[in-house]
Design a binder for this molecule. Structure first.
Ligand SMILES: [Zn+2]
Length: 497
C-alpha cells in the first residue's frame, strides 16, 4: 500500500520539484507474509500461528506474548498456509521507531481466536460469502453457533485485511459485531481495520465499547491512543498509551510515546482552529491571526472542489499542521528538501509566510488529493495514478514538459506504467522527474479522452480489490498496453510536430 507521501518543496522548478518529489516518496506498508500455519493438536484443538518451526521435541510458534513452545507429543500435525489474524508489519527502515507514526505503521494487536471446530470459509481462493451467510443465519441457535459464526466472520475479515482489501475486511468485521456487539475480538479487529482505513472516530468508538467490557485492557488503551493520535492530537494519545504501558510494559509503545511527546511539545505552542473538515495548527507568533482563518477557508474551498472532482466526501476531519522549517524537520525527520508530508496528517513547513500564496494553496490541495484518494481507494491506488491526480487536481499541467514527454514516448524511452505502480524511490532524479511527468500525462489523457468522471470509478474499482490492470480493464476497457499506446498517440497529437 502507498500511504505516506513526502511531497516536494514549493518554489522550485517543475523538473527539480518533480525529481525531488519522487525521491521522497515513502512507502509504508510492504506486502506482508500472508500465510499462517495451523497446529492441529491431538486433543482436537488447533492453533493458527505464524512462524511455526520444529526443533527437537518442541514446536515453536509466535504467540501473543512472544515465542511459545509446545511439546511435539501434543501435536497431531502442522498444516501449512491459511488466513491469519490481522497484523501488519511495520516497515523496516533504518530510522526504526523514529519514523513518523502513521496508521499503517502502528504495531498491530493480535487476536487470540479459537479456530477449533470452525468450518471452512474459503472457496476457490476467496471468502465463501454463502457459507458465512449460512453460519450467520444459524448464529442464534445457541452459544456455540454464535461463536462459530462470529469467529468465521473475523477470520474472513483478517484474511481480507491481509490481502489489503480493507473495505471487504471492514464489512466482515462489522458483520461479526452485528452478530455479537460486545465480542472483544470483533471490536479489536474492527477498530484496527478502521485505523488502517483512517476512520479514526469509528475506531475510537469501537474501543470505547470494548472499554466498557474490559476497562483495563492494554490493547484497548493502545488502540484508543492510536485513534486519538490522528484525531485529537499527540497529547491525548500519550495519555492512553501511558496507561497501557503501565499495565503491560512495552518498549515499542514507549518509543512511540517518546516520539509523540516531542510532537506534543511543539503542538502545545501552536495556535489551533477548526473548520468542518479540517483541524489546523500553526505557529501563531509567526503569522498573522487572520492567516489561520484564510487557510481554513482555502482548505474548505478545495475540499468542495475535490468532493465534486472525485465524487467522494471523506468523513474524518484532516489535521493540517503548518510548522516552522525547524519544527518540520524535528517532527517529520523528512529530507531537507521535502515540502510536505502526508502521513495521516498533512504537515507543511511555512517559514516566513503571512498570507496564503498560490504555491502554498497548490501544496495544500496536492496533499488533500492524497488524503481523499487514500480514503476512496483504501490505500490501493498505484503511485502513478495517485501522483497524477494530485498534480492534475492541484492545477499542474503537462504543458511545459509535453514536448519532451512526447519525444520520450516517440523513442519508446518511457518507463512502463506498471513499473510506476509502486514507490518511485528507486529512481534517480532524472527518472523521477520522468515518472511524475508520465503520471500526470496519463491522468490527463484519461481525462481528455475518456472523461474526468471515469477517474473516481477507477479508484472505486481499486477499493473493491481489483488490481490496477483489472481496474483499467473494467472501467476504461483497456489494458496497460492500450493505455501506453493511447498515451503515445495523445502526446504526439498534442505536443508532437
Ligand atoms: Zn504527492
Amino acid at each position: 500500500m502507498r500511504n505516506s507521501f513526502t511531497c516536494q518543496a514549493m518554489g522550485t522548478s517543475n523538473a527539480t520539484r518533480r525529481a525531488r518529489l519522487l525521491l521522497g516518496l515513502a512507502l509504508l506498508i510492504p506486502p506482508t507474509d500472508l500465510s499462517a500455519d495451523t497446529i492441529v493438536l491431538k486433543n482436537g484443538r488447533s492453533i493458527v500461528a505464524e512462524a511455526v518451526t520444529e526443533t527437537g521435541d518442541k514446536v515453536f510458534y509466535e504467540g501473543e506474548a512472544g515465542r511459545v513452545s509446545i511439546p511435539k507429543s501434543m501435536v497431531e500435525r502442522i498444516e501449512k498456509g491459511g488466513p491469519v489474524p490481522v497484523r501488519r508489519s511495520p516497515v523496516p527502515t533504518a530510522g526504526g521507531t523514529s519514523d513518523p507514526i502513521t496508521p499503517e505503521s502502528l504495531p498491530q494487536i493480535r487476536l487470540s481466536l479459537s479456530v477449533a471446530g470452525l468450518p471452512e470459509i474459503m472457496r476457490d481462493g476467496a471468502v465463501d460469502e454463502r457459507r458465512l451467510a449460512e453460519l450467520a443465519s444459524q448464529a442464534y441457535d445457541g452459544e456455540r453457533e454464535l461463536q462459530i459464526a462470529v469467529n468465521a466472520h473475523l477470520l474472513a475479515a483478517a484474511y481480507e485485511a491481509r490481502e489489503e482489501r480493507l473495505a471487504a475486511a471492514s464489512r466482515w468485521a462489522e458483520e461479526a459485531l452485528r452478530l455479537s456487539p460486545l465480542d472483544r475480538n470483533a471490536l479489536l479487529l474492527a477498530s484496527q481495520i478502521d485505523l488502517a482505513r483512517r476512520q479514526f472516530s469509528e475506531a475510537f468508538n469501537h474501543m470505547l465499547v470494548a472499554q466498557t467490557v474490559d476497562p483495563s485492557s492494554p490493547d484497548v488503551l493502545t488502540l484508543l491512543g492510536d485513534a486519538d493520535y490522528f484525531s485529537e492530537g499527540a497529547e491525548r494519545a500519550i495519555w492512553y498509551w501511558k496507561q497501557s504501558d503501565a499495565l503491560r510494559p512495552d518498549a515499542r509503545l514507549r518509543a512511540r510515546i517518546h516520539r509523540a511527546e516531542e510532537e506534543a511539545k511543539v503542538e502545545s505552542g501552536l495556535e489551533h482552529a477548526e473548520s468542518y473538515h479540517f483541524v489546523l495548527s500553526w505557529e501563531g507568533s509567526q503569522v498573522s491571526a487572520s492567516f489561520g482563518r484564510e487557510i481554513l477557508e482555502a482548505l474548505e474551498r478545495q475540499y468542495r472542489e475535490l468532493e465534486v472532482a472525485l465524487d467522494f466526501s471523506p468523513r474524518e476531519a484532516v489535521p493540517v499542521i503548518l510548522y516552522t522549517s525547524q519544527q518540520f524537520q524535528d517532527i517529520t525527520r523528512a529530507p531537507g528538501w521535502a515540502g510536505a508530508v502526508n502521513d495521516g496528517k498533512i504537515r507543511i513547513p511555512v517559514q516566513g509566510l503571512s498570507s496564503l500564496t498560490r504555491a502554498l494553496a497548490q501544496v495544500l490541495k496536492h496533499e488533500m488529493v492524497h488524503s481523499f484518494i487514500h480514503q476512496i481507494a483504501e490505500g490501493r491506488c498505484p503511485t502513478w495514478l495517485n501522483e497524477g491526480l494530485a498534480q492534475m487536481e492541484s492545477g499542474e499541467s503537462s504543458g511545459q514538459v509535453g514536448v519532451v514527454l512526447s519525444r520520450i514516448y516517440g523513442a519508446e524511452r518511457n518507463i512502463p506504467l506498471p513499473e510506476l505502480e509502486g514507490s518511485f524511490r528507486r529512481f534517480n532524479s532524472r527518472q523521477a522527474g520522468q515518472a511524475y511527468a508520465q503520471s500526470l500525462a496519463a491522468v490527463e489523457m484519461i481525462r481528455d479522452r475518456y472523461g474526468a468522471y471515469q477517474l473516481p470509478y477507477v479508484l472505486r474499482a481499486l477499493r473493491e480489490g481489483q488490481s490496477p490492470a483489472q481496474a483499467l480493464r473494467s472501467v476504461l476497457r483497456m489494458s496497460y498496453d492500450d493505455l501506453e499506446a493511447e498515451l503515445r498517440a495523445y502526446l504526439a497529437q498534442k505536443y508532437g510536430k
